[in-house]
Design a protein around this ligand. Sequence first.
Ligand SMILES: [Zn+2]
Ligand SMILES: [Zn+2]
Ligand SMILES: [Zn+2]
Length: 130
Amino acid sequence: MKSSRKTKQKEIIEKELLSMNSFFNADDLFRVIRKKDNAIGIATIYRFLKKKSGDGELHSYICAGKKLYSIGKRNHSHFICKKCGKTSHFNIEEISAIRNSIKGDICHFQLDVYGICEYCKKNRFNIDKS
Ligand SMILES: [Zn+2]
Ligand SMILES: [Zn+2]
Ligand SMILES: [Zn+2]
């Protein structure tokens, strides 16, 4: 009885997982799952996602301190301003430089690039004074 219920839960999660597009986190998936079966807890979702990414079926990233997942292979990169902490996302298509520095096959990657954002660059003098 118990195991069949678990199997059914897993089926629901598997199905809803496919409706996730682009990047998503455990909360995003949880919100969708709740509508189908509100007996499924967030801990189950966490376990499911961890297992899936361990099996290589999901790709994982860290975004704003949270684990982010993707069904498809995607790269996820941040430009983080050292002054104001603002994070913007950017996408790299051309990865030959990265590929050339790595021995082995690349699955996906995440880059965190730090610098000064345009806004802070323009307001450089005001910020430096304070
Ligand atoms: Zn991957
Ligand atoms: Zn991000
Ligand atoms: Zn800034």
